[in-house]
Ligand binder design. Structure first.
Ligand SMILES: [Zn+2]
Length: 323
């Protein structure tokens, strides 16, 4: 089974041509940057530049002075109908107004304004604006955020410890001492719509806001299939055995580097034996109660965040459009 509308998930289906063959062509990146239609996306500490008036990303010309604050070479994102797109990390800029406590948390609703930009153009937490972006913009923001998070935490060779350099237009790091090549990592996470008849299984982690529940999810382990990871996570967290498992849809989730693999699974029994270390609570919710929750009319439970694959899968389950 595969969802017909799987690629309409937020961060999916942007359709850019990544033009990977150009990343390593000598002189080509400089030529693309000089292209008259070339555009640049600036990110500051993981927050993309967002145009509040247009409800879209704010793409800058390559000679915009804000981009001079970039400390690493720009990343070549690809070609949008022949137009070269790049991303610049300007995290070294200091915003005296920044809310350091909430920066890069999903509770970060603050906007950061650079003095060289118009008032309506701000750095915004991606989860706060993701559902407003076009598929192309959302894919570019996710790609750039994921790549810059990787660069920020992988500056040294994992084999010999020497500082590495950025290569292949931002898509690789190379070690000058041992010649090891390092590639951006993606961490697969399974997230599962576990059902039993008319009910869906939801859980909540410790520390989540009151009333917030979501689909169960967990990181895959080495040596595991997607199906095995789904069954293991559900059994570990709730004690429930899962029978048939099928793939539904996937979502790049750059917080910081996950790929969410959305699956459907059929529970064989319904008795919950909670692992109190992993989860704060888990429960079965009927289709009717879930519909009420998603419409925001259930005082006991908050709806899943729009733009998350959990919300996407629950919405499609309620609409009977998983097939
Ligand atoms: Zn090395």
């Amino acid at each position: 089974m595969r969802m017909q509308n799987a690629e309409t998930v937020t961060f999916g289906g942007g359709g850019i041509d990544r033009a990977a063959h150009l990343r390593d062509t000598p002189g080509k990146i400089a030529q693309l940057r000089a292209h008259p239609y070339s555009r640049a996306l600036a990110l500051w500490r993981g927050k993309p530049l967002y145009d509040e008036t247009g409800g879209c990303l704010a793409w800058l010309a390559h000679d915009h002075p804000v981009l001079c604050e970039s400390s690493i070479p720009p990343v070549f994102l690809g070609l949008d109908q022949g137009k070269p797109l790049f991303a610049f990390d300007i995290s070294e800029w200091h915003d005296p107004q920044a809310d350091a406590e909430h920066l890069n948390s999903f509770a970060d609703s603050s906007r950061n304004h650079h003095p060289l930009l118009p008032n309506s153009v701000v750095f915004a937490e991606l989860r706060a604006v993701m559902a407003l972006l076009s598929p192309l913009d959302a894919e570019q923001a996710a790609t750039a955020k994921g790549l810059f998070a990787w660069h920020a935490t992988h500056g040294f060779c994992a084999r010999c410890g020497v500082a590495t350099t950025v290569s292949k237009a931002g898509w690789q790091r190379s070690c000058p001492a041992c010649n090891a090549q390092h590639f951006p990592r993606t961490d697969p996470v399974v997230i599962m719509l576990i059902t039993h008849g008319n009910q869906v299984l939801l859980g909540r982690s410790h520390g989540w806001p009151d009333g917030m529940y979501s689909l169960l999810a967990g990181f895959m382990e080495p040596g595991e299939t997607v199906e095995a990871a789904v069954r293991r996570e559900v059994h570990e967290e709730t004690g429930i055995p899962v029978g048939p498992v099928s793939y539904l849809a996937s979502q790049p989730w750059p917080f910081p580097s996950s790929l969410m693999i959305g699956c459907a699974g059929t529970a064989l029994t319904t008795g919950i034996c909670l692992d109190p270390v992993e989860l704060d609570d888990a429960k079965w919710v009927s289709r009717e109660d879930m519909a009420e929750t998603q419409s925001g009319h259930n005082p006991a439970m908050k709806p899943a965040r729009i733009g998350s694959i959990a919300q996407f899968l629950i919405h499609n389950w309620l609409s009977d459009t998983l097939g």
